[in-house]
Ligand binder design. Structure first.
Ligand code: KG4
Ligand code: ZN
Length: 337
C-alpha cells in the first residue's frame, strides 16, 4: 500500500510517501524567509505552502518511482496549527482523494509527533513514555497503544520551543532560536549563572515563563538598557538557560519513569533536535534501563513522514473519514484520554 502524507501546519511544507512500511521519500521545504520578521507570518506561510505543494508532490512521486494513480491512501495534517496554513495541505489532500477516488485520513499533528519513533528501525515498545517538545506544545504522555494515549502533564504557559525562541530573541540571536541557543551554549565553558526551575502543583506539568523572565531580569540587571552583551556572556546565558530548560523537562520524565510501568521512553518534536536534551534523555534511559527512541533529526521538526506513518495506524484501526470532515486548529483526536 502506498500512503501519501502531507504536512502544512506551520512553516514547513512537506510531502512523504510510505510504501508497505518503507519510507520512500520525506521532502521538507522550510520557509526560511520568516527569519527577517522574527517569527512566522501566517499569511505568508499559507502562500508559500500554495507555491510549494504541487512541485513537492511531483518530486516525491518521482523519487518514489510512482505514478499519482498508484497512491492508495491520502493523509494530511488536520490541526493543531495555523488554520490558513493547515487548509492548504488539507484541501489539497481532500482534492486528491476526491479525484483519485482513494480514502482520505486527517491526522492530528501532535499524534504525528507522538508516534514518530515508529519511523525508526528500533521502535518504541508499548506502553511507552513520550515527551513531546515542539514550538507549540510540551506534553508528557503515556502511550498504551495506537489508540490510547494518557496525558500526564503539559505546559501551563509557554511551550519549550517557544521559550528557546523567545530567549534567543532577547539575546539578539534571531529566529528560529532553538538551534542558535544550542550553538551558543556549546561554545560556553560552563557558566556559573543559575536560573530557577518552577515547582508546580501537578508534578508532571511544565512552566517556562518564569525561566524566561529570570533570563530577562538577568540581562536587565547586568546590562541595563544597553543591548551590547559581550559574546562570551551570550554563550554563558545560552548555556545556563538551556541547562535549566532541559533539567525541567528531564526532571518530569524521571518522575514518570519512577511512577509508571514503561517499556520504553521516546523524545519527539522540534526541540528533540537539541543535542543536550537528546544526551540527557538518553542518560535517563540508561540509568533506568529503559529502551530509548529518539527519532533522527529529519523526523523531529515538522515533516510529512510522521503524518503518513500515523495515517497507516489509523487505517489499520479501521478509521474512515468522510470528505466533508472539517479541520479545527485545536483538533485533538478521541484517542487522547
Ligand atoms: O515541531 P516543530 O518543528 O514545529 C512545531 O510543531 O511547533 O518545532 C519547532 C521548534 C522551534 O521552537 C525551534 O526553535 C525548536 O523546535 N528547535 C530547537 C532546536 N531545533 C529546533 N530547540 C532547541 N534546540 C534545537 N536544536
Ligand atoms: Zn510540530
Amino acid at each position: 500500500m502506498n500512503i501519501l502524507g502531507i504536512e502544512s501546519s506551520c512553516d514547513e511544507t512537506s510531502v512523504a510517501i510510505i510504501s508497505d512500511d518503507v519510507l520512500k521519500t520525506n521532502l521538507v521545504s522550510s520557509q526560511d524567509f520568516h527569519k527577517k520578521f522574527g517569527g512566522v507570518v501566517p499569511e505568508l506561510s499559507s502562500r508559500a505552502h500554495l507555491q510549494q505543494i504541487v512541485p513537492l508532490l511531483r518530486l516525491a512521486l518521482k523519487e518514489s518511482k510512482l505514478e499519482l494513480n498508484e497512491i492508495d491512501l491520502i493523509s494530511a495534517t488536520a490541526g493543531p496549527g495555523l488554520i490558513g496554513a493547515i487548509l492548504v495541505g488539507f484541501i489539497f489532500g481532500k482534492g486528491l482523494s476526491y479525484s483519485l477516488k482513494k480514502p482520505f485520513i486527517p491526522v492530528n499533528h501532535i499524534e504525528g509527533h507522538i508516534y514518530s519513533g515508529f519511523l525508526m528501525k528500533e521502535k518504541p515498545e508499548f506502553p511507552f513514555l513520550v515527551l513531546v517538545v515542539s514550538g507549540g506544545h510540551t506534553l508528557l504522555l503515556v502511550v498504551e497503544s495506537f489508540s490510547r494515549i494518557k496525558k500526564l502533564g503539559s505546559t501551563i504557559d509557554d511551550a519549550a520551543g517557544e521559550a528557546f525562541d523567545k530567549v534567543a530573541k532577547m539575546l539578539g540571536l534571531g529566529y528560529p532560536g532553538g538551534p542558535k541557543i544550542q550553538e551558543y551554549a556549546e561554545k560556553s565553558n560552563g557558566s556559573k549563572i543559575v536560573f530557577p526551575i518552577a515547582q508546580l502543583k501537578n508534578e508532571f506539568d511544565f512552566s517556562f515563563s518564569g525561566l524566561k523572565t529570570s533570563v530577562l531580569r538577568f540581562i536587565q540587571k547586568e546590562y541595563g538598557e544597553s543591548s551590547a552583551i559581550p559574546e562570551k556572556e551570550l554563550f554563558d546565558i545560552a548555556e545556563a538557560f538551556q541547562k535549566t530548560a532541559v533539567k525541567s523537562l528531564t526532571r518530569n520524565v524521571e518522575r514518570a519513569i519512577n511512577k509508571y510501568q514503561l517499556n520504553s521512553i521516546s523524545l519527539v518534536g522540534g526541540v528533540a533536535a537539541n543535542s543536550f536534551l537528546r544526551d540527557e534523555f538518553t542518560l535517563l534511559g540508561k540509568k533506568y534501563n529503559k529502551k530509548v527512541v529518539i527519532p533522527d533529526l529529519q523526523f523531529c521538526g515538522d515533516n510529512a513522514a510522521m503524518i503518513a506513518n500515523r495515517a497507516k495506524n489509523l487505517f489499520d484501526l479501521g478509521e474512515t473519514f468522510d470528505l466533508d470532515y472539517e479541520p479545527f486548529p485545536s483538533f485533538f483526536s478521541k484517542y487522547f484520554q
